[in-house]
Ligand binder design. Structure first.
Ligand SMILES: [Mn+2]
Length: 313
């Protein structure tokens, strides 16, 4: 973190970026840090995402005028880019598709993915962190940034989503302490839980039930997988909460291949190596990959073969 502090003190105008297909920790860290910096005033900060925050999160993550969607205001001249929760440079949700713009400005890489490729000019990677959001909390403390309630809510959202609302095995005592701290600073915990768990669109619940209905099992029920053909269903999950399941995988056909979304019950049978063998990456308990030029049947075969290795180890 010291390298990050030095790097920040040498800069005045920062652009914040996160990864493509952003998840809760991506939204939370991007918006949280943006709010913290702009409330403080020592830095001029803006952020960019190619697509807006999903509408269902509007109540907890209201729009911020310094967050640019789809197009970056031309006149801004940034002297540094902070990349949040993003393991590899090619996963940065950059203001243009070729990623040429960010590469010309120095990057500061803040992330908790163990397979981070250290692409930044400075890299602060803490795999012990349940969420990148906690690292932003540490950073805020070190920079003496006031933890304003909107930032606390955004960071709490990142932390809560990355640990499955304190159900996943990455829920550490520190995660709970940090959550308590963010709630004390005004983080809207009940609104977050309400949004995530008690306001599911009916269509989404129907899809979950369809996933269960069409699920396939292998290895005596230890692997479950399902094919999802509908678009835009991030967070849909073939339930690893099924008794006996160690690994769950969602296969999503795309134009030029298949996307794998993998979840493990415990670190004993980690999905990280499976994702990496498929050319992707992620954590032990949650990982993903995208295989080009394969059919769903071929993707299924690869999955079952790779899972065999994990169960055999
Ligand atoms: Mn994360």
């Amino acid at each position: 973190m010291d390298a990050v502090l030095d790097w920040m003190h040498g800069r005045s105008s920062l652009l914040l970026l996160t990864h493509t297909r952003p998840d809760g920790d991506a939204f939370g860290t991007l918006i949280g840090l943006l709010r913290l910096l702009n409330a403080d005033g020592r830095w001029e900060a803006s952020a960019y995402m190619s697509t807006p925050v999903p509408e269902r999160y509007n109540a907890i993550l209201p729009h911020d005028t310094s967050l640019a969607i789809g197009k970056l205001p031309e006149q801004r001249r940034h002297d540094g880019i902070v990349c949040l929760d993003t393991a590899r440079a090619d996963r940065i949700d950059a203001p243009n598709s070729t990623h040429t713009m960010p590469l010309r400005i120095e990057q500061c890489n803040i992330d908790h993915h163990p397979d981070n490729s250290l692409y930044g000019a400075v890299n602060w990677i803490n795999p012990e962190s349940t969420a990148t959001a906690q690292m932003i909390l540490r950073l805020a403390d070190s920079l003496n940034l006031a933890m304003v309630p909107e930032a606390a809510t955004a960071l709490l959202f990142g932390l809560v989503t990355d640990c499955g609302t304190f159900r996943f095995q990455n829920t550490s005592p520190q995660a709970l302490r940090d959550a308590a701290r963010l709630i004390e600073c005004g983080g809207a915990y009940h609104a977050i839980v309400d949004t995530l768990h008690f306001r599911q669109p009916y269509g989404r619940l129907l899809i979950q039930s369809k996933l269960l209905e069409t699920a396939d099992f292998a290895y005596n029920g230890r692997l479950v997988y399902s094919v999802l053909r509908e678009e835009d269903l991030q967070g849909a999950d073939v339930s690893r909460s099924i008794d006996g399941v160690e690994i769950a995988c969602l296969l999503q056909p795309e134009d030029d291949g298949v996307r794998f979304s993998l979840r493990a019950r415990s670190a004993r049978y980690s999905v990280g190596p499976i994702a990496r063998e498929l050319g992707g990456g992620g954590h032990q308990l949650a990982a993903g990959a995208r295989l080009r030029g394969v059919t769903v049947a071929e993707a299924r075969e690869r999955l079952v073969a790779l899972t065999r290795k994990v169960f055999a180890s």
